[in-house]
Design a protein around this ligand. Structure first.
Ligand code: NAD
Ligand code: ZN
Length: 346
């Protein structure tokens, strides 16, 4: 089968991945599930992986097939698999977990001590077939097509995970801010809108992203290229600041907004990454705001997101590309030329 694989780290996105002919994965364990991939979202994390940003954090055997936002149809199952059978449409949680370690027992599947992460530590879904397990697939409800839902496997669940934490602390009348309305942000915004009564301000450098934000429920939008984010938010929140900030960029300039835009006792959620946090410790004492880390989301949270999708609360803005266009997609994303999410169709 064909697979888009990373052979060596590079900053040149024009030929980061190569299309290789590799063996089709087969069932070799009783809980294995083989999925024919119909849609695989291209995440900015794929660009980060190609650049080698994950090398010091996780084991990455190269060459490796990338792709962690996968959905498709089950074509083969191991002898003990009950949840799905051949022909079932599924979305694939990106992490294959053991089910028996303590974090797994607690439902904290992202902290599994024996996990493999599709397209990050093991072969992913930019390929015709994906090797995963019964513990990682979620059968799709009637009327939801794999190709339409694929980006929720990572962009969606990550945005949902952060939004769910934020919503727990958002009361009517409070303000929330979404920084970066791209693949993750356009979903996070809709999750906030569906699950809270907070007033939402979207911040993005691209007018097309701010148009999307308005369509998906933002009450206010700010473009830092020609507006001052701090003073605009001061006006919008009447000086109180935002109770919850979801930062889908995580650059030096966006983390630096925190002391000025976060309300007393509020949270600045770090979801995007690549920059640094340089605030003096006193800034977190005065006003008692917190920086909160977010890594993808639990298996059970993906089930909750699928429920939101089924009841039409969360839409996806996507464009589709062939497998042999992966490097074009990487480059387009690098240059801000993708709105919403690009989906590879192997
Ligand atoms: P994307 O490129 O689709 O979206 C990023 C958006 O942010 C774009 O609309 C861009 O215009 C905007 N932006 C860029 N710089 C900005 C700035 N300084 N101020 C305001 N807006 C700005 O990217 P994505 O795929 O949505 O990923 C977003 C980030 O989340 C990436 O860093 C990605 O690696 C990360 N990510 C994290 C997790 C996690 O588990 N925490 C999971 C997936 C992706
Ligand atoms: Zn485990």
């Amino acid at each position: 089968m064909q697979a888009a694989r990373l052979h060596e780290y590079t900053h040149d996105m024009t030929d980061g991945l190569s299309i290789d002919e590799v063996d089709r994965p087969v069932v070799d364990g009783s809980n294995d599930v083989i999925v024919e991939v119909e849609g695989a979202g291209w995440c900015q994390t794929d660009n980060h992986i190609i650049e080698g940003m994950w090398e010091e954090f996780v084991p990455q055997p190269l060459p490796m097939t990338l792709g962690h936002e996968n959905a498709g149809t089950v074509v083969e199952t191991g002898s003990e698999v009950d949840l799905v059978s051949e022909g079932d449409p599924v979305i694939c949680h990106p992490v294959q977990t053991c089910g028996t370690c303590r974090p797994c027992r607690l439902g904290e599947t992202m902290y599994c001590e024996n996990s493999a992460f599709n397209g990050l530590t093991t072969d992913g879904g930019f390929a015709e077939y994906l090797h995963t397990s019964e513990r990682s697939v979620i059968p799709l409800p009637d009327g939801v097509e794999p190709i339409d839902i694929a980006p929720h496997a990572d962009a969606g669940i990550t945005a949902y995970h952060a939004a769910k934490k934020a919503v727990a602390d958002l009361n009517p009348g409070d303000h929330a801010v979404v920084i970066g309305v791209g693949g993750l942000g356009h979903i996070g915004l809709q999750c906030l809108d569906a699950m809270s009564a907070a007033r939402i301000t979207a911040v993005d450098l691209k007018e097309s992203a701010l148009d999307l934000a308005e369509r998906y429920g933002a009450d206010n939008v700010i473009n830092p290229s020609d507006e001052d984010v701090r003073s605009e938010l001061d006006g919008i929140t009447d000086g109180a600041g935002a109770t919850q900030v979801l930062d889908f960029v995580g650059a030096d300039e966006t983390t630096a907004y925190a002391p000025d835009i976060t309300a007393a006792g509020g949270d600045h959620h770090i979801i995007g990454y690549g920059g640094h946090i340089h605030e003096p410790s006193q800034a977190l004492v005065d006003g008692e705001f917190s920086f909160v880390g977010n890594i993808v989301g639990r298996y059970a949270e993906l089930q909750e997101l699928v429920a939101l999708v089924e009841q039409d609360d969360v839409d996806l803005h996507t464009s589709r590309f062939d497998l042999n266009e992966v490097n074009r997609v990487a480059e387009k994303l690098e240059h801000g030329e993708i709105d919403g999410r690009a989906v590879i169709t192997p």
